[in-house]
Ligand binder design. Sequence first.
Ligand SMILES: Cc1cc2nc3c(=O)[nH]c(=O)nc-3n(C[C@H](O)[C@H](O)[C@H](O)COP(=O)(O)OP(=O)(O)OC[C@H]3O[C@@H](n4cnc5c(N)ncnc54)[C@H](O)[C@@H]3O)c2cc1C
Length: 474
Amino acid sequence: MRDFDEAALTVEESLSELRRSLAGPVLGPADTGYDAARICFNAMVDRRPAVIARCIGPGDVATAFDFARVHDLQVAVRGGGHNPAGHCVLDGGLVIDLSLLRGVQVDGDARIARAEGGTTWVDFDQATQAHSLVTPGGVVGSTGVCGLTLGGGIGHLTAQHGLTCDNLIAAELVIPNGRIVHANTDEHAELLWGLRGAGGNFGVATRLELRLHPLDSVVGGTLVFGGRGVRDALCRFRDVVASSPRDLSCQAVISVDDALAPSVIIAPCYTGAAADPDALRVLRSGPGLRDDRVRAHSFLEQQRVFDAAYGHNRHYWKGHFARELADELVEELCEGILALGRPPGEILIESLHGAPKHADAPDGAIGFRDAAFNITVMASWQDGALDERYVAWARATAAAIQPWSVSAGGYINYMQADEPVERVRAAFGGTVFERLQELKRRYDPTNVLHRNQNIPPASPVGTREVPAAEENGR
Ligand SMILES: Cc1cc2nc3c(=O)[nH]c(=O)nc-3n(C[C@H](O)[C@H](O)[C@H](O)COP(=O)(O)OP(=O)(O)OC[C@H]3O[C@@H](n4cnc5c(N)ncnc54)[C@H](O)[C@@H]3O)c2cc1C
């Protein structure tokens, strides 16, 4: 453990000491680049950390934990900066920023990729596709590989290869006492189990090892349906995925255009051998097809289908894992999108058929494997004066989905910071949550890493007092 001068009066005075100790750059409020480094996906989150430690290796992460401990600073961890709750940035504390740690090493023969802690999906896909290999990841390139994997991971290849965390085979982690821990099936196996779904609760991942699968091209893209075709397209999407083999992943996005007419984007990703797959023919059929961009293309092109800029809009997301997409629920979703009144804003439906259900899915903490769909209401707007209205819309629309929810919990990767700890517990189920609390007690007994979808440690061994409102990371 590095000795920092506890006698120094302020964090500002100690920044030069941290600068000397850290191999990567250190940013304080007066430094160029500080404002860019504190932006995150959600423009509702505008926070000013005391210090941003841009770590370039596990040693830096351990040093940053030491500095935070000595100066009694709260800690946030930044990977890709995408979590809609804004947990990667905080007022007055220390950010362990991994955005310079973006190396990806591919072992093509062993079909394994090793991704550093701040790697984004665009980094990862480019490196692995150079070997015609993939792992199922997120659909937006700037999302962090570690943040997404640790919370689950749903994307264009979920039916084929499972959740991203199902493909996690090992991790290098710096835990809050500064120790470096390697988790795999032989060492710290219980920790590996927890890392498959329970987020950044146990330590800072400086490297994740993910299994790869051969893939060059896919048949994918988007089909857009409008008018009265919207309900019909949603029901066809539901029926196709229910009977679909593992070679088709599919998502649907319901939105409303400037003329307040609803539309739905169906986004298939087919990797089978058929030249004219039945499932795609069925998805295309039916009324109201306005735009057909489904074609054979590279996996890298598929990964750009939903790619979007970030950091400019205010966001509030809320959703449920649903056991089915009943006709009545389709009706609720169509009414919900009309209630939005004006774009942007959408309802995302991710199908969880195929590989996540497979009997050989690896052991992990993930709590939603049995759900049929992940349905998320995504409000997005720019004017701060409209916060109340859009948050209320997202909450009301999500409440209408709740009767079909598999549990009262949601997807921790999409959860806002105002969700109570009970909802995090419900996301895993009581028994798994208690097992995770025990794991938390072993690796982070004082809940240093609480700015996340938090799992409080099992027993309060020297636990820092966590006010109720903070329990989910605020
Ligand atoms: C535009 C957009 C698209 C998305 N698409 C998908 C998608 O297709 N599929 C899907 O499943 N999810 C998706 N997500 C959700 C995303 O998976 C989560 O928000 C995830 O937490 C983002 O990780 P990040 O590193 O980018 O975010 P950050 O905000 O940087 O990190 C979020 C939290 O993850 C933890 N964390 C991040 N990196 C590390 C690390 N190296 N070690 C330990 N903990 C870490 C920390 O607790 C941190 O606070 C999307 C989000 C957005 C905004």
